[in-house]
Each structure stands twice: as structure tokens, then as C-alpha cells.
Ligand binder design. Sequence first.
Ligand SMILES: Cc1cc2nc3c(=O)[nH]c(=O)nc-3n(C[C@H](O)[C@H](O)[C@H](O)COP(=O)(O)OP(=O)(O)OC[C@H]3O[C@@H](n4cnc5c(N)ncnc54)[C@H](O)[C@@H]3O)c2cc1C
Length: 377
Amino acid sequence: MSMDDRSFAESYDILVIGAGPAGSSAAREAAGMGLRVLLIEKKEHIGIPVQCAELVSKWVSRYASFDLGSIVQSIETMSIHLPNGKTFEMKSPGYMLDRSLFDKELATSAIQSGAEVVTGTRAIEVSAEGVLIQRNNHKEWIRTRVIIGADGVHSTVARWMKLPSIRMMVALQCEVVLFKPQSHADIFFHPDYEGGYGWVFPKGRTANVGIGVLPLKTSMLPELLDRFLNLLNRSGELPRIEIVSKTGGSIPCEPRPQTVFGNILLVGDAAGHAHPITGAGILNAVIAGERAGRIAAEAIVREDLRYLENYELEWREAFGNALQYGFHKRVFLDENWKKKDIDFERLVKETWVGFKEYYEDRKKSGLTPRDTDGIVL
Ligand SMILES: Cc1cc2nc3c(=O)[nH]c(=O)nc-3n(C[C@H](O)[C@H](O)[C@H](O)COP(=O)(O)OP(=O)(O)OC[C@H]3O[C@@H](n4cnc5c(N)ncnc54)[C@H](O)[C@@H]3O)c2cc1C
């Protein structure tokens, strides 16, 4: 079918694909500038199911407007536990979110700014002038001038661009009942958690307990999580193991080298915006989303889509160096994890964001610190 024959059900300035933190932030920003914005989400319910450990730096309040009701509790410090029994404490001011509420809040802000949001609708195909979307069995073409791919780690939009897959971690998590309140987050390193770590993030009366590892260890995850829960039980941290829910998913560990392709932008996990070591991706998704939405709107107002290149410059200016440096550490971590003579404590300190050793070869890397650098998670 030629483009002229294709009939478009609707026309928008900007189509945002995926209503996670990146997509809703982009839609809010662009609609707020008076553009016609459609935000589509394949899930029936925005924010559900939650696939996240829900910890975000307090910096998020600077970039996202959301009701304080989506914050379950504050986190002040992070304790890093090593298998040799040593524990290190670092400052890590953050919020434990109710991610389902948080995502809904961001989508609500987008709607209040003037964006149209439709759920249960997936993007399935792209053409020069639009995107084919599907809701139940009904398919229709939507005409759009700019496409923002905010569709997460397994991005369909990235597939349209035929982009190679990027490094990832996989994670399994359960939410357990917490018998006494806790205001710090725990991180556990162990040689068995290859390339990753275990976590206990308290969330009021419950806690998210999970493990992330390199994909080659995916099949080990259920057993590793079981053993981790038993360890927490034996150490008294969890006097009883009472699981109320389970989740999991993949986390990007590598920033994409290019995120602007003609009239298409990639944002958030789709662009590999999570931190390559910690896997923290909420804050960067919000920051990049805001920039993508604003720059897409400006490009349309100026009638110059080449202006979209500024998005690439702006997100890199905001947190590109932190990600690039994190990726350098990711490669180092993966290469050294299994080495027989490796000093595991030293390896952790050189590769975990909060330690001073993490920054030792910063100068050599030529990647100067930026705004969000040093945020542990
Ligand atoms: C187990 C786990 C724990 C994590 N813990 C943390 C943490 O504690 N702190 C932190 O900062 N980060 C954490 N992350 C990472 C964080 O969840 C992501 O970085 C963040 O959600 C990225 O936001 P996003 O908007 O880019 O993508 P997402 O939140 O993944 O949103 C993408 C949306 O696009 C939709 N979508 C996909 N394809 C289509 C399509 N074709 N059409 C329409 N819609 C589509 C999806 O349904 C989804 O709603 C964790 C991740 C995992 C898996």
C-alpha cells in the first residue's frame, strides 16, 4: 500500500508510546506547550503490574510533579553488605514509591496538561507518516509528526530501528512482610549474584527483596532468591518469610549510542537510560522524558525536525557522563567478577556508585561529573 492510500484515523503532533515515567513525562511536557499529543499504553492499567524495587532518589521531586501519596516512606542511608561480613554505610536520600500510584500520577499530570491517553493499546508498526496501533482486535493508523519511543527495555520502537540489543540484567523480586520498620536500604553482594546484587528496600509494613544478575544466570534466580530470603531469616532481618507478591524483569545496563532517528526519539529504558551498575532508571526516565517532550514540541513549533538532535545533546548533558562512566564500570565488573584471584571487596568498591574508589579513574576517563552524578540509587 502506498502512503497515499493509507487512511489515518487521527492526526497528532506527537505520539508517545509507553506510559511509564519516561512516556508520561514526555507527554506532559509536550502537551503543556500546546501540542496535540497522544500517549498510548499497551497495559490496561497504567502502572500495573509493578516491575520495580521502587526506590528513587529524592531528586525526583525536582523533575516530576506527583502527589506525595505515592511516597510510601523515606530512605536515608544505604548499607552495603559484603560476603566477608563487612558492612559499609553511605548516605542515600531517597523515597520508596508506590510505583503503580506514581506511574498513574505522572499519566494524570500528562492528561491535565492536555495529552490524550489511551490504555490497552499497543504500537505495532511504523511508516513514514504514522504508526499502526492495535486495541483488542481493532487496528488503525495514526498520523504523527514525531514519535517518542518510551516503551521500556524490550522496546518495539528500537526494534523498528533495527537496533542491536544492549547489555541487561535480569531481576527477581518478592514483597515480604516487614515485622519492624526500617529507614535504610540494604544491598548485598555475593559471588553467586553474578554481575549484580541483592536488595532489601523497606516499604512501610513490607519490603521489596530481590536479586539482579547477568542474563546468563537467569535460571538460577529462583534458587538464589530463596537462599537470600533464608539468609535474611537466619540473620534475624526477616523473623518470618511471608511473601505477599512477586515480580521481576529486565533492566538495561548500557546507554544506546544513538537515540534520535529522524522523527523518532528513544527515551528511558528504551534508550538504555538506567544506571549500568545500580539499574536505577526511574529518575533518568523522568529527566529524559521531560527533555524529549519539550524538544519534540519545540521542533514542531519551529517546523524543523532537525532540531530533535538537541534531545540527544540535552540528555547527555544531564546524565550522559554518569551513564557512560557507569557503563565503563559495568564492563570492568563483568570482566573481573569470575577471576580467581580477584579481591572481591576491592571490586565492589571500585564499581558501586557510593564508594570513593568508584571515582578513582574518573579523571582518566575524561568524563566530568554532572548534575545527577553520585546519586547512589
Ligand atoms: C525488578 C526491577 C527492579 C527495579 N528497581 C528499580 C528501583 O528500585 N529504582 C529505579 O530507579 N529503577 C528500578 N528499576 C528500573 C525502572 O523500573 C525502569 O528504569 C523504569 O521503569 C524506566 O521507565 P520507562 O518509562 O523508560 O519504562 P517503563 O516503566 O518500562 O514503561 C514502558 C511502558 O511502555 C509500555 N509499552 C511497551 N511496549 C509498548 C507498545 N508496543 N505499545 C504501547 N505501550 C508499550 C509498557 O507496558 C510500559 O508501561 C527496576 C527494574 C526492574 C525490572
